[in-house]
Design a protein around this ligand. Structure first.
Ligand SMILES: Cc1cc2nc3c(=O)[nH]c(=O)nc-3n(C[C@H](O)[C@H](O)[C@H](O)COP(=O)(O)O)c2cc1C
Length: 437
């Protein structure tokens, strides 16, 4: 099957040890502090003409499982996590076209600091910076920043609306043309075009102007992943790209249609925001080889139920250790990632917790992709045709130089052959490449 090109991104699970205990990870346990692997990831995916790499982040050591940090530290579950701004900067320096999207949570970065940091990243990358705007999901993280806990879920989005309003005003505090750099007159900056903002909101306050100067893109690309109704409303008003984890081609279509309708209702052109669906392809030489990889992964997941529950518990703030593994999944509530928990409960039905988490960990994301590069290219084309657009965010449970080669040298050429992936970047700036098709 061939068709129109779609967008591609990578979901990099934090600046950290990506696949501890997996094959083909070399000396990752001792070499992770220097991010050579991430620089190789950035160069490889730029050769593959990916739109962007999203660097996931959280700012605490997990301890939701049995009130202990042991399972997280012992197995390297979302720890260590280096500050994404530093790793993003290094990835920017190693590339020249791909978009780099670090995650910064609104509760952890005061708006002025964030606006300054993002404008700096946009400048040093010549217009390739994006911001994965998250509101946070853990009281443990909040306490690291001197708060007692996070505000309630919908209130976080209300605060985020004000936050984005404020940082946008800071980015706009330099009018176009403010930078003069005229050696004849001696004027570097025209002071009449740089403005104080005097923002005084319900939650945030800032005087301005921004002292770091304007963003080459006007403002950085905004990425968002709001799965709940409130989150989608926020993303529809503010995001240039949405990263979504949904269920099957029907779910993909429903999600995208919903976001596009919300955008149209709020006066935005729906084509100005690209929805990328989270997927976790299993790529091998043949269908049969890929099936064997899947079976090995399933066996591993079944043997690692505690780790998988600890991971789910970290993002939903639920201590799954208190539950009987062989009893049905009961009533669960969260002030964390609502959509993730809703999906987990929906798929679990009357299954036991053990069955539910084993299947949840191996389900491959929004749509299962498995087989040879050609098989997967066809599966992606089919799902995209059904959803209507706009692309995929690839997440590799075992990111290594070997699995990276499966993407750059296997999957992407198969997509390019069908006209489904770009062969060259059309523009120098990130947002322009996102809006190219
Ligand atoms: C692909 C993807 C990437 C995400 N990355 C992060 C992240 O790096 N840090 C974070 O705190 N939350 C992250 N989230 C969680 C979202 O910010 C959000 O909390 C989640 O999608 C649930 O949405 P809801 O709060 O509207 O229910 C991510 C979600 C998805 C689907």
């Amino acid at each position: 099957m061939s068709g129109n090109p779609f967008h591609l991104g990578l979901f990099l699970q934090g600046s950290s040890v990506q696949a501890w205990g997996e094959a083909w990870t070399g000396h990752i346990g001792t070499s992770w502090m220097v991010p050579d692997l991430f620089l190789d990831v950035a160069r490889s995916l730029e050769r593959a003409c990916f739109d962007y790499i999203l660097l996931e982040d959280s700012s605490y050591v997990g301890e939701s499982y049995g009130n202990s940090r042991e399972v997280y530290l012992h197995n390297g579950l979302a720890v260590p996590r280096q500050d994404p701004s530093v790793v993003a900067t290094m990835m920017i320096a190693a590339t020249s076209r791909i978009g780099i999207v670090p995650t910064f949570a609104t509760f952890a970065y005061p708006p002025y600091l964030l606006a300054r940091l993002m404008s700096t990243l946009d400048q040093v990358s010549s217009g390739r910076a994006g911001w994965n705007m998250v509101t946070g999901s853990s009281d443990f993280a909040a306490r690291n920043f001197g708060l007692d806990g996070l505000p309630e879920h919908d209130m976080r989005y209300e605060m985020a609306e004000e936050y984005i309003d404020l940082v946008s005003k800071l980015w706009d505090s330099w009018e176009p043309g403010a930078l003069v750099a005229d050696s004849e007159s001696g004027m570097l900056i025209d002071h009449t075009k740089v403005h104080q903002i005097d923002f005084d909101g319900r939650f945030y306050k800032s005087r301005g102007p921004l002292n770091s100067g304007p963003c080459p893109q006007g403002r950085p690309v905004i990425a968002q992943a709001g799965g709940s109704a409130r989150g989608r409303a926020f993303a529809a008003s503010n995001a240039d790209t949405i990263v979504a984890s949904t269920n099957g081609p029907e779910g993909m279509k429903a999600y995208r249609d919903d976001v596009r309708a919300r955008m149209a209702a709020s006066g935005r052109n729906p084509d100005n925001c690209k929805v990328l669906f989270l997927v976790s392809p299993i790529i091998a030489e043949t269908k049969e080889d890929a099936q064997r990889v899947k079976e090995r992964r399933a066996a591993l997941n079944a043997a690692q139920v505690d780790r998988k529950l600890a991971f789910l518990g970290k993002i939903t703030n639920i201590d799954f250790k208190q539950f009987d593994l062989d009893a049905p999944v009961g009533e669960l509530k969260t002030n964390g990632h609502q959509q993730t928990l809703d999906e987990f409960k929906r798929k679990a039905g009357s299954k036991t917790l053990r069955q539910a988490i084993t299947e949840h960990s191996g389900d491959g994301g929004s749509v299962p992709l498995i087989g040879s590069p050609d098989d997967i290219a066809s599966q992606m084309a089919e799902a995209m045709q059904h959803a209507g657009g706009d692309g995929f965010l690839l997440s590799l449970p075992n990111l290594t130089r070997r699995t990276l080669a499966e993407i750059e040298d296997g999957l992407v050429p198969a997509l390019q052959k069908r006209g489904l992936a770009r062969r060259a970047y059309g523009h120098t700036q990130f947002r322009d490449n996102l809006l190219e098709f």
